[in-house]
Write a protein that binds this ligand. Structure first.
Ligand code: PLP
Length: 386
């Protein structure tokens, strides 16, 4: 009897846990023993670790990446009547946070090879109401920050980096989160640095924003029971910080494993004759796929490995029926979402974002994949297009 083919999940967090189980369990047990659950030494230690990792002066532990975006914009006083320029091709939280504060997201289409904001189109979207630009470093590769910062300087705008998917990504050797006025991180379990639940952080070189964010995460309270601002409960849990303190020293080695996996995909897809140039997206991919590209000067951390594929939904069904996990990030661009009809965008307004939503597919890339698993993914895709 022939062996059944190996299964390849999109993500499996168990090997990472097993490798660090003794340390992780001890860290959690220590918090439980101390009964110190809210803020405290684990959170402070993690804040120092991330500030240093991201090359910034201050880091404020928060309850999620979404709350980091909310707190960042609250600290900047962004609200009613303000516009924030961002991408229509991202996780909902980026634009959702802008709308929750009463401001308006103004979308600018993506540049198809990187999936990030097309900087050449930003200036035309700036109006007298624009307060900020919120680029997203999607899938683990940074948006072009030098040009975004130059536009922001020229037009007196704030810059909020949504680095939820990009802790440790770099541009010209400078880390994500250190370019803007503030950077927002997420420690959702699927991120390269993931906790045992939700968590987030605001990183900044600006001592004032950091101090305001510290107040806001604790109901705007300082000192105790005196409230100069209206904040909320946006605190990072001590238990999450304890877990993340154990994981942070391993983060660079996990990035490297993801990058090695990406390089192996590239080699195998090219050897199988399946890799197509992005320019072919305008015509036909001729039974091949477009692989993610690394833009000049970028250190991509591959939070996701995203291909463009024709017959994407059929390919996805074929992969799943052969035991290979995959996912669509994201099936709709944000201007196509029902809840954003109030923004009055039309189908066709952001053609590259719409095309990415229709053709993109995430393949497994997590650090503990074996070469055999990657070979299997390529084999199943080759079968589909044969
Ligand atoms: C680009 C982006 N922004 C914001 C978020 C929100 O982060 P969280 O899930 O920690 O709230 C996420 C992640 O889920 C994300 O991928």
């Amino acid at each position: 009897m022939s062996e059944s083919p190996i299964k390849v999940p999109l993500l499996d967090l168990k090997p990472q846990y097993q490798a660090l189980a003794a340390e992780l369990d001890a860290a959690v047990a220590e918090v439980v023993r101390s009964q110190h659950f809210i803020l405290g030494p684990e959170v402070e230690c993690f804040e120092h670790g991330v500030a240093s990792y991201c090359g910034v002066g201050h880091a404020v532990g928060l309850s999620s990446g979404t709350d980091a975006l909310i707190v960042a914009m609250m600290a900047m006083g962004i609200g009613e009547g303000d516009e924030v320029i961002t991408t229509p091709y991202t996780f909902f939280g980026t634009a959702g946070s802008i709308v929750r504060l009463g401001a308006k997201p103004v979308f600018v289409d993506i540049e198809p090879a990187s999936f990030n904001l097309d900087v050449a189109k930003i200036e035309a979207a700036i109006t007298p109401r624009t307060r900020a630009i919120a680029p997203v470093h999607l899938f683990g590769q940074m948006a072009p920050m030098k040009m975004i910062n130059r536009l922001a300087r020229d037009h007196d705008l704030l810059v909020i980096e949504d680095a939820a998917q990009a802790i440790g990504a770099k541009q010209n050797d400078r880390p994500a989160g250190s370019f803007g006025h503030v950077g927002c991180l997420s420690f959702f379990p699927t991120k390269n640095l993931g906790g045992f639940g939700d968590g987030g952080m605001l990183v900044t070189d600006d001592a004032d924003y950091a101090a305001i964010a510290r107040q806001l995460r604790n109901h705007g309270m300082e000192p105790k029971y005196f409230h100069p601002r209206i904040g909320g409960n946006f605190r990072l849990d001590a238990l999450q910080a304890a877990v993340l303190n154990v994981k942070l020293p391993h983060l660079n080695s996990w990035h490297e494993k993801r990058r090695t996996n990406a390089a192996l995909y590239r080699k195998l897809f090219e050897a199988a004759g399946l890799a197509r140039d992005i320019s072919q997206l305008e015509r036909s991919l001729e039974r091949g796929i477009v692989l993610p590209t690394e833009q000049a000067g970028n250190f991509h951390i591959y939070n996701q490995f995203i291909i463009y594929a024709e017959q994407r939904d059929e390919l996805m069904a074929h992969l799943k029926s052969n035991g290979v996990g995959c996912e669509i990030y994201y099936p709709l661009a944000l201007h196509q979402q029902e809840c954003f009809r109030l923004l009055a965008y039309q189908q066709g307004d952001f053609p590259y974002a719409e095309r990415a939503a229709a053709m993109s597919l995430a393949l497994p890339i997590y650090p503990d994949l074996t070469p055999e698993m990657i070979e299997r993914v390529v084999e199943v895709i080759a079968e589909f297009y044969a």
